[in-house]
Design a protein around this ligand. Structure first.
Ligand code: GDP
Ligand code: CA
Length: 327
């Protein structure tokens, strides 16, 4: 069984840990390819930072800070403290010492001419990942969020997604979300091939706009998903009981005119893309609405409290895929 998973950061990483745990027991021969969002990437102090790829890598490699859900376990911040002592900006983005090592290796390899896909493969070796991790593209794609700014020309201003999310805590309303460069980007080597060969394609509980939405904006990716008629596409709702489980997905959903409900997110992806959708048990009322939209839907527990809970979610997603395949 060849499984392809599109991935953002924390939601995707925790789901993937459940998926690989489930597969280790239920289908040891299964092969998992992960297509990671790179539109959150940024350059800080000359270092190329790929937050979503690193969250997946650290989580599956056993190096994640469990409490926080991102960053390295046992992290220290000596470099950041020294930067602060110099008054160097920005200071709102946490750069841990261990994490900086990852960014140094990445930046050095990129400067030597390796594409991000090769760099990601090289970084992954250290972590003995049970999956293959591919960036969605080797080219630069950068999500910007348009917010109101009385002082800017036209009364609005576009800022990097990280500034919106981390510095401003998604407090100003997001007027629009723009994946700059996405339209001209090509899928990274292996991405289209993996989608074409997939037996199942999964959308984990990731941010539908700024994580999976940007991946789907890269020309060729959505087309490859639709062209694979053999592989059911099953997603899991990141919205439970009318709110994101963590983070501020409701803010960016508003920018694309989508309500923060499990059913609205299913309709946002739409029946052209999704064959099946899992909602949490508290959203059992949404099942009929999603099915009326032409997407098979089940209500199951969707809170990833621990790895076994995430593994049960993965098993449910694969069961729904099998059900869709049977027709
Ligand atoms: P990010 O890039 O780190 O923001 O991570 P993702 O895009 O992969 O995932 C963010 C989404 O995961 C948010 O919208 C959360 O609501 C969702 N999420 C986080 N934990 C859980 C969980 O336990 N269950 C469900 N259903 N969704 C979750
Ligand atoms: Ca992210």
């Amino acid at each position: 069984m060849r499984i392809v998973v599109l991935a953002g950061g924390i939601g995707a990483a925790r789901f993937l840990r459940g998926l690989t745990s489930h597969l280790a027991a239920a289908a040891p021969g299964a092969d998992v390819t992960v297509i990671g969002n790179t539109a959150d990437d940024t350059t800080l102090f000359g270092l190329r930072v790929c937050p979503d790829l690193d969250t997946v890598m650290y989580t599956l490699g056993g190096g994640i800070d469990e409490e926080q859900g991102w960053g390295r376990a046992g992290e220290t911040f000596a470099v950041q403290e020294e930067l602060a002592a110099y008054g160097a900006q920005p200071q709102w983005f946490a750069l841990g010492d261990r994490d900086i090592a990852t960014h140094l290796v990445r930046t050095q390899m990129l400067a030597a001419g390796f594409p991000l896909s090769k760099v990601t493969e090289a970084l992954s070796v250290r972590w003995h990942l049970p999956i293959r991790l591919l960036p969605m593209s080797d080219e630069r794609v950068e999500t910007h969020v348009v917010i109101e700014d009385a002082e800017a020309a036209g009364g609005r201003r576009a800022i990097h997604f990280q500034e919106y999310w981390v510095r401003l805590h998604a407090e100003p309303p997001a007027l629009a979300v723009i994946p700059i460069g996405a339209e001209d980007a090509k899928p990274a080597p292996g991405v289209v091939e993996a989608l074409e060969a997939a037996d199942v394609i999964l959308f984990p509980p990731s941010n539908p706009v700024v994580s999976l939405g940007t991946i789907l904006h890269v020309p060729g990716i959505r087309e490859a998903i639709s062209a694979n008629e053999r592989a059911p596409v099953v997603g899991l709702s990141p919205i439970v009981g009318g709110a994101p489980v963590r983070g501020m997905a409701d803010k960016v959903l508003a920018a694309v005119g989508t309500d923060p409900t499990a059913a609205a997110v299913a309709r946002f992806y739409g029946p052209d893309l999704l064959d099946g959708w899992l909602v949490d048990e508290v959203d059992a009322d949404a099942v009929a609405e999603v099915e009326a939209a032409g997407i098979r839907c089940r209500a199951v527990p969707l809170l990833m409290r621990d790895v076994p809970a995430a593994a049960r979610m993965a098993a449910e997603a694969l069961a729904l895929a099998a059900e869709v395949r049977r027709g």
